[in-house]
Design a protein around this ligand. Structure first.
Ligand SMILES: [Zn+2]
Ligand SMILES: [Zn+2]
Length: 278
């Protein structure tokens, strides 16, 4: 068994890269990939922790692409951080996230709501600060009655404290991953759409843009979903990947390797994925 979808403290996971590797080895996993959100900063530590161990280590990343409705995450495997324009683009996304939080807080302050970055950060824990934490800070201040109320009245698109975020298009996300000699893989496809015909049309476009694979095995996929994605992979000549989306203590019910208990990602996926590297 393998797990090709892991988050560390370099994004919103609770474990260090070394702790992730130790957990994976304890579960007897034969391949691991670190796929932090919008950063490869944990890669060197992750690869070092896997060196000389009986495990295949893969550098990875997970980019949130600009797509609506639904949410589209693009995984990049075997990316080489020093190659191409992936790194500068990831830095731009991260800087944009900070700038966005500051802009949201400035708008709230203008509206007479005194919530600071420190207030929001207090609710983020190991997580990357974002709108949910600002909403909780507002709730704490008694400005809103629930987190949903904060979004409905202030933070949602079209509301007075909304600020757009910097995001790459799906095609640009794929191009960035490929420029770093990585394989682009659509993560947890059900978050994009649950309509398999619509997904197939979308996948054709992404394949034209250079998509290399699809994450068919995933903690939240039903057996039917996995079968659908395996069929789509075959029809569109995509490689198949799988992983738990392990975040450590932030989602304690989800285990590395087995997800919510049922997940088994086969070792056989590793060779075709590696062979797809540009
Ligand atoms: Zn994701
Ligand atoms: Zn993830």
């Amino acid at each position: 068994m393998i797990d090709l979808h892991l988050h560390s403290i370099f994004s919103d996971g609770s474990l260090t890269p070394e702790e992730l590797v130790a957990q994976g080895l304890k579960q007897g996993l034969t391949a691991l990939a670190l796929t932090d959100h919008d950063t490869t900063d944990g890669t060197a530590r992750f690869l070092a922790a896997c060196a000389d161990r009986a495990v295949v280590a893969m550098a990875g990343v997970e980019i949130s692409a600009d797509h609506s409705p639904g949410s589209m995450h693009m995984l990049g495997y075997m990316v080489e951080p020093d190659t191409g324009d992936l790194e500068p683009l990831l830095a731009r996304i991260r800087d944009g996230r900070d700038a966005r939080n500051h802009a949201i807080l400035a708008k709230l302050n203008e509206l007479g709501i005194a919530v600071s970055m420190a207030d929001a950060r207090a609710f983020a824990g190991t997580d990357v600060v974002g709108r949910p934490h600002i909403a909780r800070a507002m709730l704490e201040r008694g400005v809103v009655s629930t987190v949903k109320d904060a979004f409905d009245r202030y933070l949602a698109k079209g509301k007075p404290a909304y600020v757009d975020r910097v995001r790459l298009s799906p095609a640009d996300s794929i191009a960035a991953i490929r420029s770093a000699r990585g394989v682009a893989v659509l993560a947890h496809p059900f978050t994009v759409t649950r309509d398999s015909a619509a997904l197939k049309r979308l996948l054709r476009e992404l394949v034209d843009a250079g998509l290399g694979g699809i994450e068919a095995y995933y903690s939240e996929h039903t057996a039917d979903m996995t079968r659908t994605y395996l069929d789509l992979a075959k029809a569109l000549d995509l490689v198949v990947t799988g992983g738990t989306d392990y975040h450590g203590a932030t989602t304690p019910q989800l285990r590395i390797g087995t997800g919510f208990g049922q997940l088994r990602v086969p070792d056989e996926l590793v060779a075709p994925l590696r062979a797809r590297k540009p």
